[in-house]
Design a protein around this ligand. Structure first.
Ligand SMILES: C[S@@+](CC[C@H](N)C(=O)[O-])C[C@H]1O[C@@H](n2cnc3c(N)ncnc32)[C@H](O)[C@@H]1O
Length: 417
């Protein structure tokens, strides 16, 4: 690594790291080492009195560039990784996640076992939150047993029934971290996706009228709320990411009399209900958000309860038939392949093409999505599957296959029997 221009450090305990200038000389053997490039932004150093020794700290926002690599020294014996703190806990090398140049790398369950000793550290908890949902049942069972051995009196990642806690189960950290990038991409008036697909279909189905009062759920940087305000609508817009709401307020200063932005969590029925201030909404909208929310039943129930009779709720999401957890493209790039549609599940989804950070998406087949609408009391009365016009999208597949789905549901005034 040094010959490639990376700096190499050995971790010496107590938050200290020593720069290694001679690879043949480490202060202690079997210490973890880490290597970083000159433009690595996730590690900070405070010099100490000792030569080449620093207090190190890591940015918990996570790594999105290959500027940092940490090597864990782990004893191995008879084809097994041994957990350094207890050699009775091991993992067969055959289960290591990667093999490269004949070297076995650790599996995520082993990495999380190491990180389990410092769950107060935000980055470690975040790693757990992001990883645990993606692990196999076998990996989770291994981690549960190992945690139990190391923490006989309990651990925050252990549930009593042999299950692991599923972490924070939401993507708020993700949206907070990505809010600046998202805001730049969406800007005042929306990106191509919003302007060409979401906005036209949503406007057709929402049919907003001057002086109506409309709720904009999970409003992001307020792009649609501003458009509604331009049409003379009074908007209450909310999002659970404070950073996103800050961007929304900054960009919408000219509409401050018409748009009330607020921070609220769509999974909390009580918080939703208080948004109406006891005054019913004419209509509601949630653009491209429901697939990113773990439990949408509180949102649908609250919107139903807050709408006037006859009011509509228009929401859009990644199309569940074509944006499935295992989606891939046909070899010619013109079609989508999936074998994983019918089971609702959480998976990781890269939101911005040039930012590798992933949020959670909750895949719901249409029958599940429609069940939630109907259970909340709604009648489904509109649906559009927008595609890009020919030649306007870099991925021609989205000219024939709809990337999003836009659905309208109505709180009908009364049933005719
Ligand atoms: C893909 S963005 C869409 C934003 C906006 N509706 C638009 O179309 O530009 C999804 C938004 O949902 C928000 N969100 C996710 N989960 C939420 C929750 N539980 N409560 C409120 N907002 C949430 C995120 O913070 C993010 O701003």
């Amino acid at each position: 690594m040094q010959s490639l221009g990376w700096s190499v450090y050995e971790l010496c305990g107590g938050g200290k790291a020593r720069r290694i200038t001679d690879v043949a000389h480490q202060v202690k053997t079997k210490r973890n080492i880490f290597c970083m490039t000159g433009d690595c932004e996730i590690v900070s150093f405070t010099p100490t009195d000792e030569l080449e020794m620093f207090i190190v700290d890591f940015d918990s926002k996570g790594q999105d560039k290959l500027t940092f690599v940490e090597f864990l020294f782990n004893d191995k014996e008879n084809g097994r990784f041994l957990y350094a703190r207890n050699h009775d806990i091991f993992l067969p090398l055959s289960q290591a996640i990667l093999t490269s140049c004949g070297i076995k790398y650790l599996a995520p369950e082993m990495v999380l076992l190491y990180k389990s000793t410092d769950t107060e550290r935000k980055g470690y908890q975040l790693d757990y939150d992001m990883t645990v949902g993606a692990m196999t049942a076998e990996q989770r069972a291994w981690l549960w047993n190992a945690l139990k051995v190391m923490n006989p009196n309990g651990h925050k990642w252990l549930k009593a029934n042999g299950e692991l806690s599923m972490g924070s189960n939401n993507s708020n950290n993700f949206w907070e971290a990505i809010a600046d990038d998202w805001d730049t991409r969406v800007g005042d008036d929306g990106n191509d996706f919003h302007r060409e697909l979401i906005r036209p279909a949503t406007l057709r189905m929402l049919n907003p009228q001057t002086s109506e009062r409309i709720l904009d759920a999970a409003c992001g940087n307020g792009v649609f709320a501003r458009y509604l305000a331009e049409l003379g609508v009074e908007v209450v817009a909310f999002d659970y990411s404070p950073a996103m709401i800050e961007h929304a307020r900054e960009r919408s200063a000219a509409y401050s009399k018409q748009i009330a932005f607020t921070i609220a969590d769509a999974t909390d029925y009580g918080q939703m209900l208080s948004l109406g201030n006891g005054k019913p909404f004419d209509k509601a909208v949630a653009n491209m958000a429901v697939m990113g929310i773990p439990d949408i039943e509180p949102l649908f129930k609250a919107v139903f309860d807050m709408l006037k009779p006859g009011g509509v709720f228009v929401f859009s999401a990644t199309h569940p038939c074509f944006q499935t957890p295992d989606k891939s493209f046909t070899p010619d790039g013109r079609g989508v392949i999936t074998t994983d549609y019918i089971t609702p599940k959480r998976y990781s989804y890269q939101i911005l093409t040039d930012n590798p950070k992933c949020a959670y998406h909750w895949h719901r087949p249409l029958q599940e999505l429609f069940r939630i609408c109907v259970d909340a009391g709604f009648v489904i009365d509109g649906l559009e599957e927008p595609v890009f016009v020919k030649g306007s999208c870099t991925h021609s597949v989205w000219e024939n296959v709809p990337l999003p789905i836009v659905i309208r549901v109505q709180k009908i005034k009364e049933y005719v029997s």
